[in-house]
Ligand binder design. Structure first.
Ligand code: NAD
Length: 364
């Protein structure tokens, strides 16, 4: 909302700056802030059950397009979200989105091995990109995605919704402000029981790996932002498979340790055979934890002084609004491609250590 002449001038300047980098800069005239338009690629579980409903709550971005390989899904989306026919694409004609001024941002919600291709195609079409985690299935792909978005002058954001979640922001604050002294140990684990053996998550060609790629990445993230430094070394161990047939393509359970330059250690576990969902930090004078930690809701936080009093929010709406606001204000977002790439480097080092029987390896 415009309150005074200074706000007006700031908005006008922003609109001018944004117009240099975005075809639809989000501002019509002063006082009339337009929302960015987003298209979802891949109308699976996360897009259908979390992202699209969250886009009904966002202030800075709204659902205007879909990209799907399954035509039978289209009527439901058209009816529910009033998507015009001109904003509906399939994987083949997707590149034509370059000519569509309704769409400013493309959100890639496909199986992991498809992230790089569609991020790069979206960037070439002149769109900003939000790409789900893990950003790619290799460091090399992640670097190519960042380069493509840079070349196109568009933002790349990764689907790290927890960077906008108040429970995780509190974990970051407690560490950063050393409320309990310096964090010395993080125990972070994330796993669940993977049901359907036919799902893409269990097939390496589509997933790029097992629970580490899918949910272990949250434990890596949690360790990094709760210690507040970048790890330099890893060790990792695979566990014997209890169902070698179902998990023939990927690891079933694994553990790993991250070693930080100040001597702090993170010890983590990830699995597809049982539920675990925890982020615990031991500091010099106390501890703080989330348990449950990584879900869309149901977080519970405690410190050595008592429960955290935090009101939950819609993480997906906060994440997409946060990224949209950064685009509108022409400044970097909180979860850029480089953040995803750091995790990919750690993941590659974990797999390499696991393959080398737990040898201590330097990251990157
Ligand atoms: P899903 O299986 O429910 O949906 C996948 C979508 O991709 C479907 O619409 C499917 O039709 C489409 N698809 C296209 N080609 C495919 C192929 N060859 N094989 C299988 N599906 C194909 O998966 P999802 O749970 O929505 O996950 C999609 C992405 O979102 C993944 O990268 C996942 O890691 C990520 N994700 C993130 C969160 C989060 O909290 N940030 C949560 C869930 C999923």
């Amino acid at each position: 909302m415009i309150h005074n002449r200074r706000d007006f001038l700031q908005l006008s300047a922003l609109a001018g700056a944004a117009a240099l980098t975005t075809p639809l800069a989000g501002f019509a005239w002063p006082g009339q802030q337009k929302k960015l338009g987003i298209a979802l690629i891949g109308l699976g579980g996360y897009a259908t059950n979390q992202l699209a409903p969250a886009l009904l709550q966002t202030q800075h971005i709204e659902l205007r397009g879909i990209v799907t390989g399954t035509p039978s899904k289209i009527p439901v989306w058209v009816e529910k979200y009033k998507i015009p026919e001109k904003n509906i694409y399939n994987y083949d004609n997707f590149d034509k989105i370059a000519d569509n001024k309704d769409i400013d941002v493309v959100y890639v919600v496909l199986p992991n091995s498809m992230h790089a291709e569609f991020t790069i195609r979206a960037a070439k079409a002149g769109k900003h990109v939000i790409c789900e985690k893990p950003m790619s299935v290799s460091v090399k792909e992640g670097e190519a995605m960042i380069a493509a978005c840079k070349k196109a002058g568009r933002q790349l954001a990764i689907g790290y919704r927890l960077h906008y979640d108040p429970f995780h922001l509190e974990m970051m604050r407690l560490s950063r402000e050393k409320v309990f002294g310096e964090v010395k140990l993080v125990e972070a684990s994330d796993g669940f029981r993977a049901g359907d053996p036919a799902q893409w998550r269990l097939h390496h060609a589509l997933s790029g790996g097992g629970p580490l790629m899918d949910v272990g990445i949250y434990a890596i993230q949690g360790a990094r932002y709760t210690i507040g430094l970048e790890p330099t070394y890893v060790t990792a161990q695979a566990f014997p498979k209890t169902d070698p047939q179902k998990f023939k393509d990927i690891e079933e359970s694994l553990a790993w340790q991250l070693y930080f330059p100040n001597g702090a250690i993170a010890n983590s576990f990830s699995t597809y055979i049982t539920n675990v969902n925890r982020l615990y930090a031991a500091a010099e004078k106390g501890w703080f934890e989330l348990n449950r930690a990584y879900g869309y809701k149901g977080q519970e936080g405690r410190t050595s002084q008592g429960p955290m009093q935090i009101t939950p929010i819609n993480q997906q709406a906060a994440h997409m609004d946060g990224v949209a606001k950064a685009i509108l204000e022409n400044r970097p977002n909180n979860v850029p491609g480089e953040e995803g790439l750091r995790d990919m480097k750690i993941i590659e080092a974990i797999y390499a250590s696991m393959a080398a029987a737990g040898k201590k390896l330097k990251i990157g």
